[in-house]
Design a protein around this ligand. Structure first.
Ligand code: GDP
Ligand code: IMO
Ligand code: MG
Length: 428
């Protein structure tokens, strides 16, 4: 079972980093296939806490080969800051490889991200401001810069000139910003070239060879299904393919190499940024969930929007991704609730919808139809088998499983690496 994809089911921050890390000791490769430093993964190992944005979480496991795939957009300053921070804590990061085809986030992408959001006013997406959207836009517009361009100054200069040509008109005439010079961009990028050279290669070839040799490759998705540019709540999405299909295109292996698709889903729901969120809570229960679950962004520190579990969203994600196993995280956070509401369907202006509506306006108008489950008060953080969970917690998990059309293989009961209940081995 060598190719395992990890994807977020909801709107991100489900605990994907922890899931990758959990598999880390038994995997040979971890490849990040989409997004960039808009992601934020917190991984707790013993007393140590790591916050990663750009690097795949697999970098924390000694012996794992970490790869940044072609589907990622890379901010070079962030890349080296993160590597240096891990090195300072004694981690060996020398096994990192970066795709020669990965695109680069530059200063002008970050600037454009921020000014575009400001211009959108009330319609703003609430992006992380890291330049993600503009970098992917340049990729699709065929004016992007790729890792391999760093090693040919002439080509790099030509490409930066081409990219800045239109952008400077936009920055100066529309956004009232100063023009960015070709020299400042080229000098900045070239300052990383020599350090990057040993890392940059044909990562699709490396991964293909690894899979041929029977090695285990984990494809670590950033963001999540509902933030996917095609399948999410467009336009309130990120600009990459965060669903399982993106694992193939974003890393350069064939879809038939993806053997297992693992969806990570929280026992309730959170969202950062704008866009529809049917089960969102605005009352003191929401405050309770936010503070109990530490729901503040790893990347921007923004308080996350919180709400109850949304079963149609999980069912949708199961279908879109072909999820074979779910990892249900943060079940421990629900401890203490007398009853736990779950959204089982939506009411859209008087009509019942069993599934996520395809029409965006319908989803904006959707209110949750809730079913209530019995809560529990026992501390579950030290449970390591399903049977050790209180009966009400077992019932809650089984009910979610029945509604999601796939099995819940792992249950998270705490932030630590080993605070999990494994019902089915993800590598079997
Ligand atoms: P990611 O973006 O999907 O990797 O998730 P984040 O790291 O942004 O957010 C998930 C947070 O939940 C992190 O702080 C994790 O340490 C924490 N976490 C993951 N699984 C569990 C769990 O089962 N219980 C608790 N209490 N915390 C968890
Ligand atoms: P992880 O990997 C949660 C959200 C932003 C915004 C939208 C677009 O930690 O789950 P972008 O900067 O990507 O153009 O912003 O997507 N967003 C995330 N929300 N978790 C993430 O990553 C996110 N990455 C982007 O808040 O609404
Ligand atoms: Mg996160």
């Amino acid at each position: 079972m060598p190719g395992i994809v990890i994807v977020g089911v909801q709107w991100g921050d489900e605990g994907k980093g922890k899931a990758t890390d959990l598999l880390g000791e038994r995997t040979d490769w971890v490849v990040k296939f989409n997004g960039g430093n808009n992601a934020g993964h917190t991984v707790v190992i013993g007393d140590e806490k790591y916050a990663l944005h750009l690097l795949p979480s697999g970098i924390l496991s000694p012996g794992v080969n970490a790869v940044i795939g072609n589907g990622v957009v890379v901010d070079l300053e962030v890349l080296f800051d993160e590597l240096e921070a891990l090195n300072a804590r004694g981690l060996d990061t020398s096994r990192l490889r970066v795709s020669a085809n990965a695109h680069i986030i530059t200063q002008y992408h970050r600037t454009l991200d921020k000014v575009t959001e400001r211009f959108l006013g009330k319609r703003m997406i609430g992006t992380t401001g890291r330049g993600i959207g503009p970098a992917y836009a340049d990729k699709i517009n065929r004016v992007g810069l790729r890792m391999q361009d760093l090693f040919d100054e002439n080509i790099l200069r030509q490409k930066v000139e081409g990219a800045l040509d239109q952008k400077n008109h936009l920055l100066v005439k529309v956004f009232n910003r100063r023009a960015i010079t070709v020299d400042e961009v080229v000098d900045d990028l070239l300052s990383y070239a020599e350090r990057l050279r040993p890392m940059v290669c044909d990562t699709g070839l490396l991964l293909g060879d690894a899979l041929d040799a029977g090695e285990v490759v984990v494809f670590e998705g950033g963001q999540a299904t509902m933030l996917d540019v095609d399948h999410g709540t467009y336009p309130f999405v990120t600009s990459s393919s965060a669903t399982a299909g993106g694992a193939a295109t974003g890393s350069g292996v064939g879809p038939n190499r993806l053997d297992r698709i693992v969806g990570i889903v929280k026992a309730y729901t959170t969202r950062v940024g704008s866009g529809p969120f049917p089960t969102e809570l605005f009352d003191e229960q929401g405050e309770w969930l936010r503070s109990r679950g530490f729901e503040f962004g790893t990347t921007t520190g923004r308080p996350r929007r919180v709400g109850w579990y949304d079963a149609p969203v999980t069912r949708y994600a199961t279908r879109i991704n072909g999820i074979t196993d779910l990892v249900l995280t943060k079940l421990d956070i629900l401890t203490g609730l007398e009853r736990i509401p779950v959204c089982v369907a939506y009411d859209v202006d008087g009509t019942r919808f069993e599934e996520v509506p395809v029409n965006q306006s319908d989803f904006h108008h959707a209110t949750p139809i809730l079913e209530y489950f019995r809560g529990w008060t026992e501390d579950i953080s030290s449970a390591r088998t399903f049977e050790e969970l209180p009966a009400a917690a077992q019932d809650y998990v089984l009910a979610l499983e029945a509604m999601s059309n796939t099995r819940i293989s792992v249950i998270g009961v705490g932030p630590g690496r080993d605070a999990v209940i494994v019902r089915h081995d993800l590598l079997d």
